[in-house]
Design a protein around this ligand. Structure first.
Ligand SMILES: Cc1cc2nc3c(=O)[nH]c(=O)nc-3n(C[C@H](O)[C@H](O)[C@H](O)COP(=O)(O)OP(=O)(O)OC[C@H]3O[C@@H](n4cnc5c(N)ncnc54)[C@H](O)[C@@H]3O)c2cc1C
Length: 433
């Protein structure tokens, strides 16, 4: 890069948020540069999971035909695990709402769309600083080079190092962070279809709680891809730390994941699969508390995870669609600013107003309670024990099968679970999720 470079817009980070912003702005004729520190867009993206399609279709109507969609989620499963016993709920969907994909592939596709629209993407380049002059953002510094722009878009994701430097966010504490680790298991698509009960194109999204995280708040996830399975766990960092201190957790997180993979109930689904990838990444648990003080400054707009748009519903993370949608709102605001040749706070603050009246903010507020629930150890230890224990007494009786109520009452007594505690958590569960 040369120090004399000037663009209409410079975007830091080629993730879903940066790519959607860059795509829409370049498509409208602006001169856009996206700076990505990874070896290529998507290279730093860890997971295989599910992405909600409709908000993405608003940016790329051709999504269903062109995007790297592995399978459409047709079955949602939810399991509670205690020891070898498992209670599973299943829901069969009736339409194409979300699809499974690897974020690496999806981001690479989004970046290609941005480039085709005319955006320039420079990889292997880290933005070191957002440059401020006379209380206005004027560009980005990378090494000794400064790239100037009328608007800088911060799409740097969860770490938010650059925003911290300019005082818009404070450091994340372990309270706010979850650690995600995952494995990719290779298995041919016929076996996946047969074992998970799927037709071609159909996929499973599966949440598992209980012993799989050693009863630490968090959960296990399973997604079926075309010819691989994405398997992982997310654990609340502060709770895991406390559990280690109390001597309740003495395993490395990779061993916790291995125990999940080799759990007999799940292992039969992929016993002959090969582990072809392993990785770990941080995820924000409670977005509202970690949102920047404001999402704009003169000459700056913040999008995606950096802006706190990740929604933690308690049973799923919605980060891709919200990041893309925040990029769409950012692009609309920036185009308005270019129309008026005015990049002041007065114009750019409309971005924050629009975010706050969009589905993203509604979702974040609606699911705010999910992070409180993540502190509720009852859900991750006592509830799985109660359900599996109750069913064990009823369904595994050799002679006298107890009445349902008696089976559960006995399990509650054995595990010191009071009715009051159970009711209070159930009320919380229903009202907060
Ligand atoms: C384990 C895990 C599982 C998840 N599962 C799901 C799921 O199933 N569904 C879902 O919708 N969401 C999921 N999410 C959340 C989702 O991945 C994020 O919300 C989404 O990727 C946010 O997009 P973004 O563009 O804001 O940030 P990111 O995707 O983090 O992209 C930021 C980009 O900026 C680059 N960058 C950072 N700093 C700099 C710098 N200084 N200079 C240059 N480049 C920089 C990074 O390399 C990266 O490419 C999951 C997250 C994790 C961790």
């Amino acid at each position: 890069m040369s120090s004399s470079l000037k663009f209409d817009v410079v975007i830091i980070g080629a993730g879903p948020a940066g790519c959607s912003t860059g795509y829409l702005l370049a498509k409208s004729g602006l001169n856009v540069l996206i700076i990505e520190r990874g070896s290529e867009p998507g290279a730093k993206q860890l997971w295989g999971g599910k992405a909600y399609a409709q908000p993405l279709r608003e940016v790329w109507p051709e999504l269903d035909k062109e995007a790297p969609i592995h399978r459409w989620v047709s079955i949602e499963r939810f399991s509670l695990v205690s020891g070898e016993r498992v209670v599973t709920l299943e829901y069969k969907l009736g339409r194409k709402v979300a699809f499974t994909t690897y974020l690496t592939e999806l981001v690479s596709w989004m970046a290609k769309k941005a480039e085709e629209a005319g955006a320039m993407i420079i990889s292997k380049t880290r933005a070191d600083e957002i440059v401020i002059k006379n209380d206005r953002i004027i560009g980005v510094r990378s090494g000794s080079d400064i790239v100037e722009a009328d608007v800088v878009v911060d799409a740097e994701g969860i770490n938010r190092i650059l925003l911290e430097k300019i005082g818009l966010v404070s450091k994340l504490s372990p309270e706010h962070i979850g650690l995600g680790v995952k494995e990719v298991l290779k298995l041919n698509s016929e076996k996946i279809n047969e074992r998970f009960g799927l037709e071609d194109e159909e996929g499973v999204s599966w949440l598992v709680i209980g012993d799989v995280t050693k009863n630490i708040p968090g959960g296990g996830f399973i997604y079926t891809m075309r010819d691989t399975i994405s398997l992982g766990i997310v654990m609340r960092v502060s709770s895991a730390y406390d559990a280690v201190e109390r001597g309740e957790l003495n395993k490395h997180v990779s061993e916790v994941l291995e125990d999940f993979r080799t759990h007999p109930y799940f292992y039969r689904l992929w016993s002959d699969a090969e582990v072809i990838e392993y990785g770990g990444r941080l995820v924000i648990e409670n977005p509202v508390e970690t949102m920047p003080k404001k999402l704009y400054m003169p000459g700056l707009i913040i999008v995606g995870d950096a802006a706190g748009t990740l929604v933690n519903t308690g049973y799923t993370f919605r980060g891709v669609d919200t990041a893309v949608y925040s990029g769409k709102i950012a692009a609309e605001t920036i185009l308005e600013a270019f129309g008026k040749k005015d990049f002041s706070e007065e114009i750019l603050r409309r971005y924050e107003e629009k975010i706050k009246s969009s589905y993203i903010y509604d979702e974040i507020l609606r699911h705010k309670g999910a992070s409180d629930l993540m502190r509720e150890k009852f859900l991750f230890k006592d509830l799985p024990r109660l359900l599996t224990g109750g069913f064990e007494k009823i369904l595994e009786a050799d002679y006298e099968e107890p009445k349902i109520i008696d089976g559960f009452r006995k399990t509650m007594r054995e595990n010191n679970i009071s009715l009051l505690r159970l009711l209070s958590v159930m009320i919380k569960l229903v009202s907060k999720l």
